[in-house]
Every structure is written in structure tokens, then in C-alpha cells.
Design a protein around this ligand. Structure first.
Ligand code: SF4
Length: 326
């Protein structure tokens, strides 16, 4: 109980809007930037979602199996790796609560002289839910229903999973409750590096992660592998790792691979070997992305310099989300 209280106090200071027992939102900096016409996020550029209408949220605040080195959240205050002792909120209440919390947090922006009022009006009704704010979303037992509710409202949903609950993805697939775009994070080319990087509480983490990769080809939705690359003591962008990365990626056969540079922000930069000097620059990211594309036989589809991210894939025509995919 004390940990939960401590975590909620830390999050309130970080301008989270907390919702119910285990959910919350935080206004993404790209949502803010877009509202004053200072640019949009790479997901708007690559896939066509609208940054100013994006609700960055989590239904699992404080719950995750992993303690990833690169995680900028307060993972030292993680409440647990399971939600079976928590009162579970229902999806409709969570969505309603998140939209109200988003509006409340955005209210402070109205007075900004640079505000784009048309966008501000549109932002009152978020049409994209980025279910990746903090924690592991697939630990929430009703995550499929939440995605389904969003779909009924005509809203897109992106889920970023650590891949440690493949049974939940199977259940969502059977019930046709997969998100518009499903991400799995991949930051290690082998089990040893995986355990060092993710420090998981899940005993069979590497095995479960690989089960999710094997499952990916059968999941009928847009699929992305996100790689966060770093230099220094935890270097995961060596040339000798490329073959293994290719094997893992081809096993999952995603539509895209996002090759992204580590950001030494939040709680991450305080961890050993995770300082500013370990952040790869844009040229280093582009270079490694080219090598990944080459070993896969794929191509570079797009780039976003500000976010130091490069998109690798097979088919540029698949990038923008179509109405039929929502
Ligand atoms: S998709 Fe992600 S980066 Fe873009 S506005 Fe939403 S939370 Fe921010």
C-alpha cells in the first residue's frame, strides 16, 4: 500500500492524471508541440495518427514484470508483476476517465499565445490511444475489451508490450480484440543480454518473449518491433549481433522495425552505464538501421531526426493506417 501511495505521489508531480485504481494519462510532449504547431511525433509522420489527438495512457500503472535498464519510469517503485490482488476497473470507466483527465491536463494550454485553437478543440476528443505510458498493458486482464471499446468509438490504439504474456495476445486474437498497431520491444540479441537488460521477475522471460515472436505472424493486425539502441557498457548495437537480431525479427515477421536511439531521461539516466554518453547519435542510428535492413533484405522506409528513429520495412504503401485497419 505504501509503495502505491509513494508511486502515485511521484506521478502526480510528473503531471499524470490518475484514473481509478490502476490507470492514468500524461500529456505527451509531442501532443503539446503539435498544439502550438511546433512539429508532430514520428508516429504521425510514419503512420498518420494525430499527435494533438493522442491520449498517452496506461491501464497498468505500477505493474510490470521487467525492470529494464533503459526505462525512464520510476520502476524502482513498481507495485507488482501481477494484478491479481487489485480491484480491476472496467474498460469503459477507464476510457471515460482518461478522456476527462486529458481534457483537464490540456486546459492549462488554452492560455498559450501560440495555441492552434482548431487543434485545441479537436484535442478535446482524443482519437488515438497510445497504451504505452508505463507498466505492461497485457497484465490488465480486460485489455482486449478496452481495445474493443476504443474501436467501437472509432479510435485507434497502439499497444507496446514486453511480450511476456503471449496467452493474453492469443485470447485477444481469438476475440478479434487486437489493437490497431501492436509493438513488441526488442533490445537484446540473445538470452544473456536479455536477462542483463530486462532484469525480469518472470522466471521464463526469454522463453515467453520468444513465444510472442513466434505468435506474431498469426496475429491479424499491424505489427512492429521496436529496438532501443545504446552504446557503452550495455552496448546492444554491435555488428556481431546483427545475425541474431535478423533471426528474431524474421521469426516475428513484423510489418515494420523501428530502430530508435536510447534517451537518457527520467529515472533511466541514474542507472549504471545509462548516462548521456551512451546515447547513440542520429548518424549512428541510421548506420545501424541500414545494417539491419541489409541483413533482413528490407529497406529504410522513413526517418525522424528529432526522435532519432529510423523505420525499416518491406512496403512503404503499408505505412499509413487505413480506415479499414481501425
Ligand atoms: S503516439 Fe506516442 S509520441 Fe505520438 S503523440 Fe502519442 S504518445 Fe506521443
Amino acid at each position: 500500500m505504501l509503495k502505491k501511495l509513494k508511486l502515485r505521489n511521484v506521478l502526480k508531480k510528473q503531471h499524470y492524471g490518475l484514473v481509478g485504481e490502476h490507470s492514468g494519462v500524461q500529456i505527451c510532449r509531442w501532443c503539446k508541440k503539435s498544439l502550438v504547431d511546433e512539429g508532430v511525433c514520428y508516429k504521425e509522420q510514419f503512420y498518420g495518427i494525430k499527435s494533438h489527438q493522442c491520449c498517452q495512457m496506461s491501464p497498468t500503472i505500477g505493474f510490470c514484470q521487467n525492470r529494464c535498464l533503459h526505462c525512464w519510469r520510476a520502476i524502482e517503485l513498481t507495485i507488482g508483476n501481477k494484478m491479481d490482488s487489485v480491484k480491476i476497473d472496467n474498460p469503459k470507466e477507464i476510457i471515460k476517465g482518461c478522456i476527462l483527465a486529458q481534457r483537464k491536463l490540456l486546459n492549462g494550454f488554452k492560455g498559450n499565445a501560440k495555441i492552434n485553437l482548431k487543434k485545441f478543440k479537436e484535442a478535446q476528443e482524443p482519437m488515438q490511444f497510445a497504451i504505452s505510458l508505463t507498466g505492461e498493458p497485457t497484465l490488465y486482464p480486460k485489455i482486449g475489451e478496452l481495445v474493443d471499446e476504443l474501436r467501437k468509438m472509432g479510435k485507434t490504439s497502439f499497444i507496446v508490450t514486453n511480450g511476456l504474456v503471449p496467452e493474453r495476445l492469443i485470447e485477444m486474437s481469438k476475440k478479434n480484440q487486437l489493437p490497431t498497431q501492436l509493438y513488441v520491444s526488442m533490445n537484446s540479441s540473445n538470452e544473456g543480454l536479455y536477462n542483463k537488460w530486462h532484469r525480469s521477475l518472470e522466471p521464463k522471460a526469454w522463453e515467453k518473449f520468444n513465444q510472442t515472436l513466434e505468435l506474431f505472424p498469426s496475429l491479424k493486425t499491424r505489427k512492429v518491433i521496436r529496438m532501443t539502441l545504446i552504446k557503452g557498457p550495455n552496448d546492444n548495437m554491435k555488428d556481431e549481433m546483427l545475425e541474431n537480431y535478423a533471426k528474431l525479427i524474421l521469426k516475428a515477421s513484423p510489418d515494420f522495425v523501428e530502430v530508435k536511439g536510447y534517451m537518457a531521461v527520467g529515472f533511466a539516466r541514474e542507472r549504471d552505464g545509462m548516462g548521456y554518453d551512451t546515447m547513440p547519435n542520429y548518424d549512428e542510428i541510421k548506420d545501424y538501421a541500414k545494417k539491419i535492413a541489409k541483413v533482413l533484405g528490407w529497406k529504410i522506409l522513413d526517418k525522424h531526426k528529432f526522435s532519432r528513429v529510423v523505420l525499416v520495412g518491406k512496403d512503404r504503401k503499408k505505412m499509413k493506417i487505413q480506415e479499414s485497419e481501425i
